[in-house]
Structures are given as C-alpha cells and as structure tokens.
Design a protein around this ligand. Sequence first.
Ligand code: ADP
Ligand code: MG
Length: 716
Amino acid sequence: MNYRFESLREAHSHRPVEVTVPSAQAKVFYAQSVFTPDKMHEYISENILDELFDAIQEQRPLSRDIANSVAIGMKCWAQDLGATHYTHWFQPLTGGTAEKHDTFIDFDRTGKMIDDFSGDELYQQEPDASSFPSGGLRNTFEARGYTAWDPTSPVFVVGDRLCIPSVFVAYTGEALDYKTPLLRSVDKLNKAAVNLCRLFDKTVRSVHANLGWEQEYFLVDEALYNARPDLALTGRTLMGHPSSKSQQLDDHYFGNIPERVIRFMTDLEVEALKLGIPIKTRHNEVAPNQFELAPIFEEVNLASDHNLLLMTVMKKVARRHHFRVLLHEKPFAGINGSGKHCNWSIATDTGINLLAPGKNPYQNLQFVTFLVNVLAAVRRHNGLLKASISSATNAHRLGANEAPPAIISVFLGKQLSEVLDSLEKAPAEKAIIINAKKEVKLGAVTVPEILLDNTDRNRTSPFAFTGNRFEFRAVGSSANCGAPMFALNTAVADQLTAFAAEINALMDKGVAKEKAIFQVLQKTIRYCRPILFEGNGYSEEWKEEAAQRGLDTEVAVPLIIDRYLSQESVALFERTGVLSTKELISRCEVKWANYNGKIQIESRLLGDLARNHIVPAVNRYLNTLLDHAEHKIGVFDETVQTIVDHLHEVMVHVDKMATLRAKANDITSQREQAIAYHDNVLPEMEIVRKHVDELEMIVDDELWTLPKYRELLFIH
Ligand code: ADP
Ligand code: MG
C-alpha cells in the first residue's frame, strides 16, 4: 500500500465543515470566556474590587483576605462557565505555553470533600518544574520553580479550566520565562517615557507600549500532514521538490479564500473573540495555502498573551476542519515563509500616540523626539534585537533570500527622512521656540501632519516606520512576541533615560529647555544615521554597506545568540534591571540547547526518511529500469546512471551527517555544540535534500511515498 495515495484520497474527501455561529455576531460573544471588569463586578464586592484595582495600579501584593475574596469570586464565575479545574498559564523558555491542572476540590479537616480555591492558589502554584529548561539556573534536584499570578492580564476559561496568566520564576526569583522580563520592561519603559513626556506635557501620568501582531500561517490537509512525518515531528518539510506552480502568478495573495478555509477562519474568529482576542483582519498570504490573521492592537503584555493563546486555539480549531496549521517560519523551501510582524507603538494615559504626528506643532516636537529615540535605541542594540528574533526555525527565513535580511535597519520613508535631514542641518540659532501653547518651530522645520496615508512601503525592511508605529517584521511566526518586545522596550527605555539625562545636564548648565532639546535631538539624529536604510534590504551591496556602517551582519544563529551577552547588552539589562547577567547567561544556554535539539531531530528524521522512504522507492524504480534494459526496451543508461549517482550521494551524505551529528553530540558546551550543528550538520542536510529532491523528479510518481509540494500546497 502506498500511504501517499491513501492520504490523497482521504484529503480529497474532506468537505467544508458547517459553522453554526457567524462571526458577525462578534459583539454577543466577545470576551464571553474572560473575567472582565464587568463580570468581576457581578462576582466580587465593590470594596474588594477597589482594593484589587489599586493594588494592580500600585504594583503591590494583595492582603490574604482580599486575595481570598477575589479567588472565591473568580472560582464562582469559572464554575458557572463549567470549569472544574484551574491552572496557572505560563510561558516557559521552551516556547509555547504550559499548564498544570488542579481541580477546585479539597478535603476539609473532617475529611469531607469541599470546593476550594483560595488566594494562595490564585497567587502561586508550584509545578514540579524540573523538566523545564532553566539553562543552569535551577538544578533538577532542587526543582523549585514556581508560577505567580499576573493580575494585569485577565483570567479566562478554556474548556473545563480556569487559566490564570502567570510568570514563571526560579525559587531564587530569577526569570524562567518570557513574561517576567516583558513585565519588567513595561515598567521601565513607563517610567522612562513619563519622565521625558513631562518635558512636553506635565499631565502625563503613565505610558504604555501597544502591540498589534500579524500572524502568518499555513494550512495543510490533515491526511497529507499525517503522511509527512517531517511535518508532524519538525513542523517543516525536510525534503520536497518545488511544485511547478507555486507563487509565481501572485494569484494567492489577497485572493478569494477557499471555502473550507473560510469556515476554519470563521470558527477560529469565534473562538478567539470569546477569549477576548479582538480579531480584525484575515486574508490570503503570498504563498499557496498561506494565510494571515491580525487583531486590533492592545497593550503589549496582553497582546503577547493573546497571541500565544491564539496559536493554541488555531491548532485546536484547525483539527475540527481536518486541517493542520503550520506555524513554522519555513514549512516549505522555495516559497515564502511565515512571519509575525509586530506593530509597536507607545501611548500616554492622556490618549496620545507618541509615535504619531500630532495635531499641533507642539505634539509634533514630542513625536519627533520619541521617534528619534527609538531610532537611537535600535541603532545601539541592533545586534540584540536580531538575537531576540533568532532561532533555528526563523533562520530559514532571515537572510535566506527572503524578507527580511539578517541585518536590522530602519525604513522611515521619504517624508520623515526629509524632516530629520532638515532638523539635523538647522542652525542652532533657529532652535526650537516653544512659546507656551502657541508655537513650536523646529528650526525651519515643520512636521507634516498626516503621514499615515502616504508612508511608502518597503517590504524588505526588517523594522519599518508605518505612519504611527514601527513594524518589527523580522519576528518569526512561531515566536513568543515577548522576546522581541522586552528587548525593544528595554532598549528604548534606556535610551529615553539617557536622552532626558543629557537634556537635564544642559539645563543644569543654564541652557534653555528648548535649546537643550534641540541640541540633543541633533546629536541623536547624527548618531542614528547608520541604522537608517531606505534601499533594497535583499541586495548584496547592502550587506557590504551595513558592515561598513558597523551594523551587526552575523547570520549564524549560534553566534547571533552571543549578542545577548555583549558588553552593551549586559550593561543595558543590568542598568534597567530587566535581566541580570545570570539570567541572561541561562537564557542563552536554553537558546543554544533548543537550537541543538531542533537540528538534531531534523537531521535524524531526514536520515530516517532517506533510508526508509527514499532509498527503497528509488531502488524499486531502478529495478524496473534495469529490468527493461535487460529486455532492451528503450535506452535507459543515462537515467539509470543519474539515479545511481544521486542515490550514492544520498547514502554517503546521510552517513556523513550521522557521523558529524554524533561528534556534535559529544560536545558538552551547548554553544560549541550549536556551532558544530550549524557549521557541520546543516550543510550535510542540505546536500541530502538536494539529491532527494532531484530523485523525486525522476522516479515514477506511483512509487513516491511522501505527499508532494503540489499536493500539500494546493489541496484545501
Ligand atoms: P499591514 O498588513 O498593512 O501592516 P494589518 O492591518 O494587517 O496591516 O495589521 C496592522 C496591525 O497593526 C494591526 O494589528 C493593527 O491593530 C496594528 N496597529 C495599528 N495601529 C497601531 C498602533 N498605533 N500601535 C500598534 N499597533 C497598531
Ligand atoms: Mg498585514
């Protein structure tokens, strides 16, 4: 039996699944499964809630009594939705999310079974966390990691459980997750930005970052997926010749969404909306069977939680529709991979987006100040930002002849570039005049009010300004947004602090505030120059030029990870208190180990598939050919020789790959092992694949056992 043909038959039999609830009724079920403030008022008394909200605002713990009351209300609400269990929902460094369910029941002193869920349980859970990666922060024999409630992200119910968004830390307090540093960075950014805002507007009390992610993904029919062990085990195809038709006609992008997919999307939107994820946009992406979905932006910590939650929900909903969702950055060679653009901006509690040109020149000065500071932060920490989005899986996308390149640069667009040019050149005597509320002159410069509609789009830029936000496009589709977001928040917070300090120092020397701002702005613009790039990010010339400009051009992931430990990065994280050196080191250890694990699995599986699928199929075909040759039917010499050559290469390199893998595995340092995997094992994998893909084109289709690209990508 050829499993591929079985799976093809099954795939063709899959029909669109009925969806009962149209997402048009969004308002009805939006946040149905979330413990929103409205519902809190139903289940928790007013004075307790006041205490709770004050405590959140002031970032202090609740008293035990108050925590108990909150827990009881929360439990009742969850039980009314059918929950029987609760779990802290957290984000270990493995990627994805983790949960450990406990029921709401307990025994009382008399041995009677009772309902129980107290403030203590709400606050803290101690999963036996010994198997989570900690990069040496926590020895397995003292597995005391614990999770603690993050009250800034609302609890929600999924299925039979109450999920409590939580941080995950070692017993000694070190972060073992993505959320902890994200929350710390949010706090730092708030303080630094408020401090600078006050130079412009004394009424600002808090500043927060917003994130609007755009999630790209592929859908593959479940039957075909099941016949591809590489998709099942690694999330990507380790072999497969490009389909004759792929994306050359550009007919998929924004095209008509296939019926079975639309049903999936509708179902997904409903599930997401119930969980309070404000889904807004859906469309076909560039590659066949590739799609995108984006919500309305939210506060960065909440948005990041929502993205993680969505990725879980997607997988579940896809199965109802006999699809599998692929979140891997590069499931298929030769066509576009998937990213997760992170649209990032910062806004005040007074409703001002600090990255949008304002309604008056006064706000525009503030806008330019924040904009330039973001540029400076990205310039200073471009290596770190690259590290924050680097992984074994995203490496196939970055710098691999596809958006975006493995060099971080910023695209501003013509209009804004001109604003900065003239600002930089403006003579000092034309310094800004801030005349109470009346007038601001940035030298001779005015900032155009509406940038939004005419920001040019440069799709090759990994970090582009898009009118009222920055779009960090290098983030990978499977990533936890927390990693790039805490790096960016921290870098910007630190830069804002330094900027304000320089202004204050000048003012201490008697320089007028306006003049001081002007001077420091000019200096900062000059400093930003190397990060600004408006040209084609894919070009060879850019790689050379970027190196000359002093930007980070490293492409090997194991070495990019080093950027977390550069002097600049360590100082940044220590100074801001977002991560200690110890935490940074452990994080890198986990990243390298993760890299090694992923490539080890891929390489092993590639060897297995080559030996168990490819070689037997090719041999069968070869026998037929030789049989025909013997009977002098046609002349097959050349084909036979080609097949024999490829087959030989496959076998030789599978063996070589195994030897090199074994050698890499013997290396005890995770970093050195990652370098060995990168330098020695990966190239062998590519060679094996190349020959297998050639063979796929020669061997009789009937004998080929793995679903082909033209099947995986065009059946829906
Ligand atoms: P495009 O594909 O053109 O970049 P989309 O509409 O697909 O745009 O996605 C844009 C994302 O950016 C959405 O999540 C949107 O909510 C978000 N966004 C819009 N304005 C802001 C902002 N000021 N700050 C952060 N995110 C924003
Ligand atoms: Mg988009």
